[in-house]
Design a protein around this ligand. Structure first.
Ligand code: AMP
Ligand code: GLY
Length: 419
């Protein structure tokens, strides 16, 4: 079968690499992709926001299945349109994608279904927001309602910071906020495939969101990740599935918006048990890179079953016992302004160590590889433990020649410290 993958980052490179191993695949197309994916897929220039163009492309190239990597096309209803055209899709329809597209939608769903999450209020004006602050102690958390590419959450530790956050997050007319209590604990990510009824646990990971070592500095899209996240013990995983994921999926189905795709639950492991921080309606980036390194099953097969509603007929997904760890190499200045075009060399030397280098933000300039985004490369390795995978990943990082970039040297530190 011919498959079209939508996206261009490290997540999509990892998905392309894994999809390309499927015996069910004939040709894999990726729109727009990046130079790293050229080994696994045919790159095509298609704008995912142009649904007519995507449908027309599928017709011309006999595409039977489309895998949507990023959240924006899901929130914009690309999956709905493809399903209406009888083209298979991996990813939820627009209404179900509100789990990521609207924080307020998710919080209201949690309240109705009794799902453990931070206490919250929704507000639709700066005055209402200021008025609501009295109901919270500091620190408190302010979240823009819609998609914000990782920039929509502010943790305020003083009344002044809360005031500034309201101004910043409500600058656009019509902006809405969720204000919620600050949760303490360790964060972990849980992935689940679901066809709306059945659910299949799909691995765990821990991400490093802050730009600086020791988890300091501004938030980013993620500076590295490892899998599995041992803090999410089998008992905590089961509680998260029973108390958070299962009621979410059941509620959406009963509300007439069944969720089909991967559900990514960002959890806080509090003293009282796992609580939901947020949902994403797509795979994590860079969590996907470590999950794909460990996945032992045919990804395409599982995605097809997700769309067909037959996940219940499948044995649980199998992941290697070994750990995987990925280090993000970013362009200098990230997550602020970066100068594009910095040259990159040494990827073959890095891969010769046994690691895998996924491209996140690269392009070719006169046949030379250069940086084209904030997060540029995801240097990924496996090992018998997180510590061993960390050593292997940094051995490969050190073979890469990217003077215009930087990386954190401590990815996996919590797990390595636990021994
Ligand atoms: P989100 O975009 O919702 O994932 O939030 C980004 C980050 O903000 C999360 O990964 C957490 O580190 C932090 N965060 C969000 N909500 C809370 C909360 N209620 N309590 C503590 N930290 C939070
Ligand atoms: N790494 C965080 C995310 O994908 O949202």
């Amino acid at each position: 079968m011919n498959v079209l993958l939508i996206g261009s980052g490290g997540r999509e490179h990892a998905l392309a690499w894994k999809l390309a191993q499927s015996p069910r695949l004939d040709t894999l197309y990726v729109a727009p992709g990046n130079p790293g994916m050229a080994a696994h897929a045919t790159r095509v220039a298609l704008d995912p926001a142009d649904h007519d163009a995507v449908v027309a492309f599928c017709g011309r190239h006999a595409i039977a299945f489309v895998v949507i990597g990023p959240e924006a096309p899901l929130v914009a209803g690309l999956a709905d349109r493809l399903r209406a055209e009888r083209i298979g899709v991996f990813g939820p329809n627009r209404e179900a994608a509100q789990l990521e597209g609207s924080k307020g939608f998710t919080k209201d769903l949690c309240a109705r279904a009794g799902i453990p999450t931070a206490r919250y209020v929704r507000v639709a004006s700066p005055d209402a927001a200021r008025g609501a602050l009295a109901g919270f102690t500091l620190p408190l958390v302010l979240k823009a309602d819609g998609l914000a590419a990782g920039k929509g959450v502010i943790i305020a530790t003083t009344p002044d910071e809360a005031d500034t956050a309201i101004v910043t997050l409500m600058a656009e007319p019509g902006a809405e906020l969720v204000i919620e209590t600050f949760l303490t604990g360790e964060e972990a990510s849980l992935f689940v495939l679901t066809d709306g009824t059945h659910l299949m646990p799909f691995g765990s990971a821990q991400d490093h969101k802050r730009v600086g070592e020791g988890d300091t500095g501004p938030n980013t899209g993620g500076m590295g990740a490892y899998s599995p996240a041992a803090v999410l013990t089998p008992e905590l995983m089961q509680r998260a599935l029973d108390e958070i994921v299962r009621p979410t999926i059941d509620t959406l189905r009963r509300d007439g918006m069944p969720y089909s795709g991967v559900l990514y639950a960002g959890l806080m492991l509090t003293d009282g048990g796992p609580m939901l921080i947020e949902y994403n309606c797509r795979f994590g980036d860079p969590e996907t890179q470590v999950l794909m390194m460990r996945l032992e099953d045919d990804l395409l097969e599982l995605m097809l079953a997700t769309d067909a509603g037959t996940l219940g007929d499948h044995a649980p997904a199998r992941f290697a016992d070994e750990a995987a760890l990925t280090v993000v190499m970013a362009a200098s200045g990230y997550p602020g302004q970066v100068a594009p075009g910095a040259p990159i060399a040494g990827i073959e030397a890095a891969e010769a160590t046994g690691a895998r280098v996924f491209h996140a933000g690269t392009r070719l300039a006169d046949d030379r590889l250069v940086a084209s985004g904030g997060r540029v490369l995801n240097v990924t390795a496996t090992g018998q433990s997180v510590a061993a995978a960390q050593t292997a990943a940094y051995r490969a990082v050190d073979r890469i020649d990217f003077p215009g970039g930087f990386c954190r040297r401590d990815i996996g530190w919590r797990e390595v410290a636990r021994g």
